[in-house]
Ligand binder design. Structure first.
Ligand code: AMP
Ligand code: MN
Ligand code: MN
Ligand code: MN
Length: 274
């Protein structure tokens, strides 16, 4: 029997809505055999997820989604199968946590100027760990300022909007180096979601490969067949392994754990290197 892999999802340790236990339970219900929990810049959910995975009889891969800055843009690098207690990883995540807190406060100040007071406190009540923009988006929906999360990014939180704060995250090469120092592998997350042109995506993959990165996500949610094929071609052209992940954040009609994540033929799966 071929296994079902989902190597990218979120819990309440970052901006997911289900607890690590609930995510693992849901993954098991969906028939996932191997799951990586990849919360934003934190491994705080891993211990709980590992316990639940043991109980549910599924394999848990230690994961993280590191926010990086590349050419002035935010790019996400997933780390898989590493030692989460490695001092270099611990130091990097502590640094990212401090950056996130500082940025969250600045976003709150900008929202205040845009006529929405106490948004930091509001977003904080929705967060278990660090405040992300997703928590701000949910708070803005709760206030009735916007009708959904997407609108919150379009009106306030997205690049160039009134409450946008440019974050100086770690750079890609440091993220790769740290993941590898901790014994893991680095993956470019959702390459088609950065609104980059083909030329810029190729530039990103070239840099990532030059800095020693190992893999890129090929199969995710909401892709066309052509997009998946294009990503598969790039992975082969640049000599990268392929990964798959739903990027599940919460139960909804359009993203599900482990659903429709087959890796196209001819791409080398990253899990063969675990
Ligand atoms: P942050 O890491 O704080 O910048 O928050 C980014 C998170 O916000 C992403 O991981 C997504 O979960 C969420 N997000 C980003 N853009 C959008 C969008 N347009 N609509 C809904 N959620 C979004
Ligand atoms: Mn997220
Ligand atoms: Mn991401
Ligand atoms: Mn993600």
């Amino acid at each position: 029997m071929t296994k079902i892999y989902d190597l990218h999802c979120h819990s309440t340790a970052s901006d997911g809505v289900l607890s690590p236990t609930e995510v693992v339970q849901r993954a098991a219900e969906q028939g996932v055999n191997v799951l990586a929990l990849c919360d934003h810049d934190t491994v705080c959910g891993i211990d709980e997820a590992r316990l639940a995975a043991k109980e549910m009889g599924i394999e848990l891969v230690t994961g993280v989604e590191i926010s990086t800055t590349w050419e002035g843009r935010g790019i996400h690098i997933v780390g898989l199968n590493f030692d989460k207690t490695h001092p270099k990883m611990t130091a990097l995540l502590a640094q990212q946590k401090a950056l996130r807190e500082k940025r969250a406060l600045e976003i709150g100040e900008k929202l205040e100027k845009a006529g929405i007071p106490n948004a930091y406190e509001g977003a904080k009540t929705l967060a278990n760990g660090e405040v992300t923009r997703a928590h701000y988006a949910r708070y803005l929906v709760q206030l009735g300022k916007v009708s959904n999360d997407g609108q919150a990014f379009k009106r306030y939180l997205g690049q160039g909007k009134s409450a946008f704060v440019k974050a100086e995250w770690v750079d890609i090469s440091t993220a790769i180096e740290t993941i590898q120092a901790a014994g893991g592998m680095a993956v470019i997350a959702h390459p088609l979601r950065y609104k980059l042109t083909g030329k810029w995506i190729r530039r990103l993959i070239t840099d990532f490969k030059t800095w020693g990165g190992e893999a890129m996500e090929i199969s995710g949610y909401g892709q066309t067949k052509d997009q998946r094929q294009m990503l598969a071609r790039w992975a082969n052209e640049f000599g990268l392994f392929g990964s798959v992940g739903s990027d599940f954040h919460f139960p909804c009609g359009w993203v599900e754990l482990g659903k429709n994540l087959d890796l196209p033929e001819g791409v080398e799966p990253i899990w063969e290197r675990f």
